[in-house]
Every structure is written in C-alpha cells, then in structure tokens.
Design a protein around this ligand. Structure first.
Ligand code: HEM
Ligand code: ISQ
Length: 155
C-alpha cells in the first residue's frame, strides 16, 4: 500500500507541534543522537569547539530544522508521487557533506530513532501511536535511502 493522505496528515500535524518550539526540539533531537551514539560527537563541527552541547547554536538549530522539514516534505511527495525526490543540487551537497563528516549507513538508524523520539515527546505519549511512528518512519527511510545512494557516489 502506498503512502496515504492520512499518513501525510499525521506527519504534517506533528510538524505543526514541533514548529512551536524549534529551539527546544532541535536541541532535544541533537541530544538524543548523541545519547544513542556518543561516538558521533566528533563528526559535528559545532561540537568540536566545545565540551558540551551548545545550547543556542544557530547552525545546530538550522540543520535540525532542515531534517524535520525534509522529512515532512518527503511525506508529501510520497503521497503525491509515491516516491521521494530530492532536488539534484541539494542531494549532491548533502552527499558530499555527510561523506566528508564520516557518516556511515548505520548512523541513519540512530538519527531515525532520535527523530521518532523527538516527535513522540513533542506530541505527547497519549497522542503518539504506531500509525504516526510508521508515517514518520517511512518518510524518513525513503529520504535516508536517497542520501545514502548519493553518498555512494562520493566515496
Ligand atoms: C549536516 C540533513 C542524516 C550527520 C547536515 C545538514 C543537513 C543534514 C541539512 C546541513 C548541511 C549544511 O547546510 O551544511 C540530514 C538528513 C539526514 C541526515 C535529511 C537523514 C535523512 C545524518 C546522519 C548523520 C548526520 C545519519 C550521522 C549521525 C551530519 C553531520 C553534518 C550534517 C556530521 C555536518 C554538520 C557540521 O559539522 O556542520 N545534515 N542529515 N546526518 N549531518 Fe546530516
Ligand atoms: C545533521 N544531520 C542530521 C541530523 C542533525 C541533527 C541536528 C543537527 C544537525 C544534524
């Protein structure tokens, strides 16, 4: 079964909630990545300069928001076209950035887990359910596949 209008709606709906406190949820998302994979610490430029996670780093915030937004955009595309298409320029750029940073395929599962937990916290345990988890999970997976495929061209 393809991506349904309902699934797209669930993703959009929770993005509206995330949007209400970008500083908090960006930081939370990033902290969860490092909690799950402490070894990822050295890959991020904004962490190399400091011992602790910077509480108000514009780059961290902007990148985290891009991940949220791109996943949301993927959900829309999945419903409209049945596939995720990332613009050529963006995809090439993200391929380069991630290869250069030392990102490997298994890291994508880490970011997925952190993303899902951030959304769960944002919308609250009562409203979080399997359907929502699958909708975000699928939108993320397809986006991740596009980036991973591009990364293989940048070895
Ligand atoms: C940078 C998105 C997965 C680690 C970035 C940037 C974006 C992004 C938009 C900023 C590029 C720029 O403007 O300079 C995504 C998306 C992902 C994903 C959409 C999955 C669907 C991952 C994974 C890791 C990772 C799995 C590894 C844990 C990094 C690092 C940087 C980066 C280290 C460079 C940050 C810096 O030092 O400035 N990513 N990313 N990303 N990403 Fe990801
Ligand atoms: C870059 N890539 C993936 C996830 C991220 C989360 C926070 C900040 C930057 C990121």
């Amino acid at each position: 079964m393809g991506f349904t209008e309902k699934q797209e709606g669930l993703v959009k709906e929770s993005w509206e909630v995330l949007k209400q406190d970008i500083p908090h949820f960006s930081l939370r998302f990033f902290s969860l990545i490092l909690e799950i994979a402490p070894g990822a610490k050295n890959m991020f430029s904004f962490l190399r300069e400091s011992e602790e996670i910077p509480q108000n780093n514009p780059k961290l915030k902007a990148h985290a928001v891009k991940v949220f937004k791109m996943t949301c955009e993927s959900a829309i595309q999945l419903r409209e076209k049945g596939e995720v298409v990332v613009g050529d320029t963006t995809l090439k750029y993200l391929g380069t950035v991630h290869v250069k940073s030392g990102v490997k395929d298994p890291h994508f599962e880490v970011v997925k887990e952190a993303l899902l937990r951030t959304v769960e916290e944002a919308i609250g345990e009562e409203k979080w359910n399997e359907e929502m988890k699958n909708a975000w999970g699928e939108a993320y997976d397809q986006l991740a596949e596009a980036i991973k495929a591009e990364m293989r061209n940048h070895h």
